[in-house]
Design a binder for this molecule. Structure first.
Ligand code: CA2
Length: 142
């Protein structure tokens, strides 16, 4: 089972700023934690983090061309703006799970909108790193 785990803009800043919202753990710690989790579950992960919308589109397309079985995506701010990411997810038609570290439902009104949601089988919010593990489990159950 191959899963592509995609993280959007500024998530490389995890653990460096805004620890009250996003915690004290770094992006590197997220990758290490999920790598260990995937190993336990027999999943082969591919990690992509980019601050550029087009690179995120390419990562979604690459998941298809590299025959991934599913996508876990935290599009970060592009969640709330990007038709391009929605179109890419629809185009590849792979099972995808949307993840947010924070509970976007209890934050600003603009964070209540998700363009990608309609192309995802589930959305997991407010569970920190565990949300990504839950997303991997959901894809394993598919
Ligand atoms: O809760 C999430 O995971 C978000 O996708 C994070 C995005 C935000 O725009 C979404 O509304 C919700 C922001 C990621 C920025 O990450 C930072 C991490 C550390 C310091 C500053 C920003």
């Amino acid at each position: 089972m191959k899963i592509t785990i995609i993280n959007g803009p500024n998530l490389n800043m995890l653990g460096i700023r805004e620890p009250d919202i996003y915690g004290r753990q770094t992006y590197e710690m997220l990758v290490n934690d999920l790598t260990a989790y995937c190993e336990e579950k027999g999943v082969e992960p591919t990690f992509v983090q980019s601050n550029h919308e087009g690179e995120l589109v390419t990562a979604i397309q690459n998941a298809y061309f590299e025959e991934a079985d599913g996508i876990v995506i935290n599009p970060a701010a592009y969640t709330h703006t990007s038709v391009a990411l929605l179109d890419a997810l629809k185009a590849v038609a792979l099972p995808a799970v949307e993840v947010h570290l924070s509970d976007v439902a209890s934050r600003e009104a603009f964070r209540q909108v998700s363009y990608v949601r309609e192309a995802c089988i589930a959305t997991i919010c407010g569970k920190g790193f565990d949300g990504y593990k839950e997303a991997i489990d959901l894809l394993l159950q598919k």
